[in-house]
Ligand binder design. Structure first.
Ligand SMILES: [Zn+2]
Length: 212
């Protein structure tokens, strides 16, 4: 793994689940391209829908693993879904299984994948909200900006302050937003504080190798 972000203190399974629920809908097509989240964990049918379900394993105050499983449209409508341990098709093509020590790494890498998926439609640069996984970064800014690294084809990301107009969107880009973000990058008015992000180690670009 070339990228690791230590979990912030108090990063509970619930907060991790909220982070995943925020960015996975956008990142999901990237996983599906690689053969993950393409079958229903409950009935086994192959599908490319966008429904998923998040389950925590362990005792309530000692959660150690969180399973993110794909659910087909039919099963997701079923109001009487049994607990996950009774689902018969939980496997590598229907789920992602994240150990506690990797929660923040996974959530932020998932955001990166979501940005990469949106790039195909909107181009760079674009911004995304901070997640609870970002920890102390939330005290100084409210977004990250994704853009082209100057001398290479690597995507870069940096903390950023963005005037979010509502609570809704997790990502923003394209159109007039893109023009404004480009201007901000040109004037260097983004925050270069990556090195202050304790616990983060980067070697080259991020990749999606946190998935199993
Ligand atoms: Zn199903």
């Amino acid at each position: 793994m070339s990228y690791f972000l230590r979990n912030p203190s108090n990063y509970t399974a619930e907060k991790f689940a909220e982070d995943v629920a925020a960015v996975l809908p956008v990142a999901l097509p990237q996983y599906q391209k690689h053969g993950q989240m393409i079958s229903c964990a409950r009935c086994g049918i192959g599908h490319r829908g966008g429904s998923f379900s998040i389950h925590a394993r362990g005792e309530p105050d000692m959660i150690t693993d969180v399973d993110i499983v794909s659910v087909c449209d039919v099963c997701s409508m079923d109001p009487a879904l049994p607990p996950l341990d009774q689902w018969k098709h939980v496997c590598a093509t229907s789920g992602m299984f994240v150990a506690e020590k990797n929660w923040a790494t996974f959530a932020t890498a998932l955001r990166w994948l979501g940005a990469d998926a949106l790039r195909e439609k909107l181009g760079w640069p674009l911004v995304s909200r901070l997640l609870q996984a970002d920890g102390h970064l939330r005290e100084v800014c409210n977004a990250v900006i994704f853009f082209d690294g100057s001398a290479s084809n690597l995507t870069r990301e940096s903390p950023f302050v963005f005037p979010w107009q509502s609570d809704k969107p997790v990502f923003a880009g394209g159109g007039s937003i893109k023009v404004a973000l480009k201007a901000a990058l040109r004037w260097g008015s983004f925050m270069v504080i990556e090195e202050h992000r304790s616990g983060a180690t980067k070697q080259g670009g991020r990749s999606d190798d946190t998935k199993k």
